[in-house]
Structures are given as structure tokens and as C-alpha cells.
Ligand binder design. Sequence first.
Ligand code: NDP
Ligand code: GUE
Length: 274
Amino acid sequence: MSKLLIDVKPLYSEIKNSIMDRMSKLKKVPKLVAVTYKPDPSTISYLKSQEKAAKRFGLDYEIFEASNSSEVLEKLRNLSEDKSVNGIFVTHPLPELDEMLVFENLSPEKDIEGRHPYNLGMLMYGNEFFAPCTAEAVVKILENVTEITGKNVVIIGRSTTVGKPLATMLLRRDRSATVTVCHTKTKNLAEITRNADIIVAAAGKAGLVTKEMVNADSIVIDVGINVVDGKIVGDVKEEVSEIAKVTPVPGGVGRITTALLMEHVVKSAEKMNF
Ligand SMILES: NC(=O)C1=CN([C@@H]2O[C@H](COP(=O)(O)OP(=O)(O)OC[C@H]3O[C@@H](n4cnc5c(N)ncnc54)[C@H](OP(=O)(O)O)[C@@H]3O)[C@@H](O)[C@H]2O)C=CC1
Ligand SMILES: Nc1nc(=O)c2c([nH]1)NC[C@@H]1CN(c3ccc(C(=O)N[C@@H](CCC(=O)O)C(=O)O)cc3)C=[N+]21
């Protein structure tokens, strides 16, 4: 049976071309530093993807793996002050650390993932200078394949990384989707998703979205990155792509997320007059 996969390559090329063009106008090479502590499998996958993308786009890139949680905070303080660094990426979840402590030690101007309360607050006002990359990736993919205005969008997942910022971005007046956000306490999930025009799966549960949960006109965006038997799979069962349009995993939302993270580093470098 043929698969109805959504091709994100044209969007990826567009982001890549913008990055390359803007990089050529800078005097210095932008730098991204990733700070991690006890990374989980999906975080390791993201770090690998970042390393590859940084190399491809010609950005300076470093991973700092802390050996204890106070080292994370110390590193964030130093990087926030360091004039050669444009972007700081902090992996999530961070065991043993209160997220508020992380923010107190991270400059919002280098928060290229848009997780700092300053940047998330700006998002509530419709300012997307540093929007959370995955939410931005989903919005850009949707804008490329469909008209968002007036559509019923069902998001599965309410995290600060994906679900909540995505709902906010889709509600912005120039997009005006009707948004439903589901989570583990949601009743009749299948009934809700079956009536959606667009389903965004961001639960981190392999195989959560089945054929019975979609209709033939649905557009399904698979955000999930799950490592099963050493292989990366999304939240959407393969069978779904037999009846509805789905973004692939790998090579879908993750690819665009990583490219946008790099684009944010360039944006920060431009602002810092690099
Ligand atoms: N492709 C990409 O670029 C990215 C991928 N990811 C991946 O996306 C997934 C989600 O990440 P993240 O948002 O950080 O994860 P979190 O674990 O922080 O959040 C998961 C959310 O999904 C909900 N959920 C979990 N299981 C179910 C279920 N069975 N039914 C309904 N809702 C459910 C949870 O509900 P509740 O709140 O009730 O617990 C929670 O709101 C992960 O696989 C992650 O690796 C993340 C970022 C980027
Ligand atoms: N602060 C924070 N923000 C995140 O956004 C975040 C995080 N922490 N922790 C972990 C999850 C997971 N995640 C991925 C994003 C892209 C790929 C990615 O690009 N994957 C490639 C595949 C890579 C491969 O095949 O090895 C792809 O989908 O094509 C993977 C995983 C972001 N997350």
C-alpha cells in the first residue's frame, strides 16, 4: 500500500538557503553550545542531529555534558556572559533541576529555544522572535501544506516544549485555528481526533495514533521521537499513512526543528552584530 507522506524537503531547503545567505553576511562564525545532564535517548538523538546540522551549515557547535546539576547552572552563567556564544541550548527533561533555577542562570537573549519566561511571555503577545523551535516547525509545515484559518486542530500533549506554545501560535489572529489540547486525562481521545482537520501528535508514546483515530481528510503531524528496539519511531502508527497524510519520522518535524534551532542561532548572531 502506498504511503501518504508529507514531504518537508522543500521547506528544509528554504530554511537552509536563508541560513547560508545570512551567514555569508556575518563577519564571525555563530556559535551554539548545548548543555546536557544525564541525556535520555530522544535527547541523544536531538544532539546528534544538532551536531550534523551545525556542521552542514558551518556553525561552531559544542556539547557540554555536566557531571552534576550545579555544574549545569555554573556553565549557563558563564555561557550567558561569553561574547563569543550566540545560542545556548539546554536539554529537557533535566533531572534534579528546577526549571526556574535554569532560567535564572540563562540569558533570554541567548535562549534560542524560546523556553525562558521572557520569550514565552512575548509569545503570548504574538511576538515570535524566539519561538519554541518544534512549535514553530509544526506551524511552518502546516502553512506549507494547508490553510490554517478556521481549521479544527487537535494537539495531543500539553508540554511547555511543544503543546502549549503550539496552541498559542495557532491561535494568533493571522492563523486563527480552533485549537483543542489533549492530555492523559482527556476522555474519548479517538472521538476528538476523528473530527479534527489537523492532528498533532506530541505525546512521546510510540503507536498512540491509530487508523481508527483519523479520517481520510486529516493532516497528521507526528512530533514524537521514540527509540524502540534501537530505532527511531514517532507517535503515529505506520498504518495511518495508508489513509491520511502524515509527516515521516525520522525526516519530518525533527529535521525542521533542528534547522530552525540553527536559524535562531544566526538570528541571535545578527542581533549581536557578529
Ligand atoms: N520532533 C521534534 O522536533 C521533537 C520531538 N519531541 C518528542 O515529542 C514527544 C513529546 O515531547 P514533550 O512534549 O517534551 O513530552 P512531555 O513528556 O513533556 O509531554 C507529553 C505530553 O503528552 C501527553 N500524553 C502522554 N501520553 C498520552 C496519552 N496516552 N494520551 C494523551 N496524552 C498523552 C502528556 O499528558 P500529561 O500532561 O497529562 O502527562 C503530556 O502533556 C517526545 O517523544 C519527544 O521526544 C520533543 C521535542 C521536539
Ligand atoms: N530542550 C529540549 N528541546 C527539545 O526540543 C527536545 C529536548 N529538549 N529533548 C529531547 C527532545 C527530542 N527532540 C528531537 C528533535 C529532533 C530530532 C531529530 O532531528 N531527529 C532526526 C533523526 C535523527 C536520527 O535519525 O538519528 C529526524 O527526525 O530526522 C530528534 C529529537 C527534541 N527534544
